[in-house]
Design a protein around this ligand. Structure first.
Ligand SMILES: [Zn+2]
Ligand SMILES: [Zn+2]
Length: 475
């Protein structure tokens, strides 16, 4: 027998995994397939499979965990699925019973993983809960002759069963076919024996008479027994058919042959190992940013130090929270590096008002050229650090100064896909530090009409918000 679905890497087995496997082996279970569920546990799952002869595994992200799944997690599935111990992409699918992720999120990750399976020529292990219609829709669309797999823990109606069988899929039955209240007899009867697999779905779904207890691979024989009873055939027939079905679907026969042959090849080549080309599919960034444009507004705080020419004394001033507005142009150089050119304008009327208009308002034209370095380019929310150059044309009582600044900052983009392109909500905080001194005049508060010649050094602190639109461009 082969238990094609058992979560032996779950907490429930951490104390007695050796005994559980030993019991299964002495009960006639040849192999156990442990499907992947959480992205975080995929590597340890593979290690677990590699450490035990009778364990094979699936690489995949369960629909419950699709919310946390992005490009990095999918890459993990891609990279690890080349191992000989990985016999499937799974478990993947849709679960509409729980609201751990939106239907759209689930469908997207499901399809991505189907693509991986087709590329790797691996079968998929499909988890389906209350999602018959969408599961069929997606499998039907993705079936191009290269898709194979199993609908695990089959619990749907006969109509759905027939559609799945017609698409070339296998079904596997678990402990719930022994439950009185769940009537799957009709589905078991209609399923052709050469498409049926056995599974326990341990630690869940323990069959009668262990219902409600922890399930384990040893109990897979109760599933075989129940199928034999419903189909009115011998249990030996069920066992030999389902075992051979599982070996064919998951390639367990060729696998052994391959291990045998490849170890022979390795021996004959002494210690020389051939240069292996590592095939890794590159995923397209779902939040690809090419050319974007949008408005920006925020608050401008200028902190200034005037060194007075006559007395040599210093005067510190700060102008808080001046409204600032403008717009930005963006160019995505790399997934993780976005170039930005921003123009901002702000005006300070305070001194002018104090001097009853004798002094013109101070105005600032700010041009920032920055590079924004994203640490997580494939996530919905991108965090980044900023570095760049700023030119500020300040007009202080009509005396114009053009000065250079160094800009640094932090920010994040929230990515929103629309029909016409990508929308970014931007929140960032940028500081501009003056690189040279400005020769100007200081207007003493209360006596602005008698300014004093001074050297000015300052910096601008500008937290701001923006909206950027990256239109879909087709070349
Ligand atoms: Zn499942
Ligand atoms: Zn499962």
């Amino acid at each position: 027998m082969i238990d094609t679905h058992a979560h032996l890497n779950f907490e429930a087995f951490k104390d007695d995994i050796d005994e559980v496997i030993q019991r299964a082996k002495s009960g006639g279970v040849e192999y156990i397939i442990v499907p992947g569920v959480e992205p975080n546990n995929l590597i340890s799952l593979l290690e677990f499979a590699k450490s035990r002869e009778e364990i094979y595994c699936g690489m995949g992200i369960h629909p419950h965990n699709t919310k946390e799944a992005g490009m990095e997690e999918l890459q993990l599935v891609v990279k690890n699925s080349d191992d000989e111990k990985v016999v499937a992409i799974g478990e993947i699918g849709l679960d509409y019973h729980y609201d751990f992720a939106t239907h759209d999120e689930q469908k997207k990750i499901f399809r991505e993983q189907i693509k991986i399976a087709k590329n790797k020529n691996l079968p998929i292990i499909v988890h389906n809960r209350e999602a018959d219609e969408d599961i069929f829709h997606i499998l039907n669309e993705e079936q191009d002759g290269n898709l194979k797999g199993v609908l695990h823990c089959f619990s749907s109606n006969v109509d759905f069963l027939e559609k799945a069988i017609n698409l070339g899929f296998h079904v596997s039955f678990t402990g719930n076919i022994t439950f009185k209240k769940v009537n799957l007899d009709e589905a078991v009867k209609k399923a052709p024996i050469e498409r049926i697999l056995l599974e326990t779905d341990s630690p869940f779904m323990a069959p009668v008479p262990f219902r409600g207890k922890r399930n384990e691979p040893l109990y897979v024989k109760y599933i075989a027994e129940k199928i034999a009873e419903i189909k009115n055939i011998t249990i030996d027939e069920v066992i030999s058919m389902t075992t051979s079905n599982a070996k064919k679907l998951f390639g367990l026969i060729t696998m052994l042959l391959f291990l045998f042959v490849s170890s022979g090849v390795l021996y004959s080549q002494d210690s020389e190992t051939p240069d292996e080309e590592v095939a890794t599919e590159e995923y397209e960034n779902p939040y690809n940013k090419f050319i974007g444009v949008g408005p920006m507004f925020g608050s401008n705080t200028i902190v200034e130090t005037y060194t007075l020419k006559t007395s040599g004394g210093e005067q510190n001033e700060s102008h808080d929270g001046l409204f600032i507005y403008g717009g930005s142009l963006y160019f995505g150089l790399l997934d993780y590096c976005i170039l930005e050119a921003t123009y901002l304008y702000s005006i300070n009327k305070k001194i002018s008002e104090e001097a009853n208009g004798l002094i013109a308002p101070f105005t600032y034209d700010i041009v920032e050229l920055s590079s924004n370095w994203i640490i997580n380019p494939y996530s919905r929310v991108n965090f980044y650090g900023i570095g760049g150059y700023t030119a500020i044309l300040s007009s202080l009582n009509k005396q114009k100064n053009n000065s250079s600044y160094l800009n640094i900052g932090l920010g994040f983009y929230i990515n929103l896909e629309t029909k016409y392109g990508l929308l970014n909500f931007v929140a960032e905080w940028k500081l501009n530090f003056l690189l040279n001194n400005i020769s100007t005049r200081w207007y003493p508060p209360g006596k602005p009409e008698s300014p004093i010649t001074a050297d000015l050094t300052n910096f601008f602190s500008i937290p701001r918000f923006g909206i950027v639109f990256y239109p879909k461009l087709n070349f």
